[in-house]
Design a protein around this ligand. Structure first.
Ligand code: TIU
Length: 224
């Protein structure tokens, strides 16, 4: 056990029981010309998380600790796409329609896949999730239990949507969650700030917020 400097108080990091959970670092959210940018979003707000995630991922892999990736998306026949999600926003182009990098948020399409900089390696589970939270309608909880995981370092995009939803779901299932602020991103700076504050508020109501530097330092010397 090692202490990681964090808000609202130091996090008791137990590497042998901690997985790195990287949320939805998908081309359609992060790449110029993707669905996110097509909706008018500033993808640079998300792209700044790529290098810090690469560094954290490399450190995790070097210690042979569990890494799990998620992707938000749907079956090609859209049978798992709630009609409410399909029509929300009244967009001209919505989930399942042809987009700049294939059909939007459909499994198997180029835009749905993870950015090359953080591409999963063989042996790292990839959770295909139909919702914002990574636990809803997936086998993530079972996989974590089988690995003996009780703590999660949660990174990825977007801070206030899929990261926050997943941290809340994890919290209700008994996991301790640590969120490195430099490894999560929002299209909206004010939501980035408030999304992090909401996690650590009230004595860590959903978890802890740290900088990845502190986690990297704590990983030194850790082994599984
Ligand atoms: N992964 C994730 O956060 N999905 C979203 O749709 N996020 C938005 O911020 N829209």
């Amino acid at each position: 056990m090692t202490m990681v400097p964090a808000e609202p108080y130091p996090f008791e990091f137990v590497p042998e029981h901690c997985a790195l959970l990287i949320i939805d670092m998908q081309r359609d959210f992060l790449e110029p010309g993707g669905f996110g940018e097509m909706l008018g979003n500033d993808v640079s707000q998300l792209r700044r998380t790529i290098v810090p995630n690469q560094t954290l991922l490399a450190a995790w892999r070097a210690k042979h600790l569990p890494v799990i990736h998620t992707r938000e998306g749907h079956r090609p026949d859209l049978s798992d796409l709630p009609p409410a999600k399909k029509v929300r926003g009244h967009g001209k182009t919505t989930i399942g329609d042809p987009g700049p990098m294939g059909r939007i948020l459909v499994r198997g399409e180029a835009g749905h896949d993870i950015v090359p900089e953080l591409y999963p390696r063989a042996g790292e589970p990839v959770i295909d999730k139909p919702g914002k939270g990574a636990f809803f309608a997936t086998d993530l909880h079972a996989i974590l239990q089988n690995l003996g995981v009780t703590q999660l370092v949660v990174t990825g995009v977007t801070t206030e949507v899929c990261v926050n939803t997943t941290v809340r779901e994890a919290n209700d299932r008994g996991y301790d969650c640590l969120v490195p602020e430099d490894c999560v991103g929002s299209y909206f700076p004010e939501f980035q700030m408030m999304g992090l504050k909401m996690i650590a508020a009230q004595g860590g109501i959903f978890g802890w917020v740290a900088h990845s530097h502190g986690i990297l330092a704590a990983l030194e010397g850790a082994s599984r």
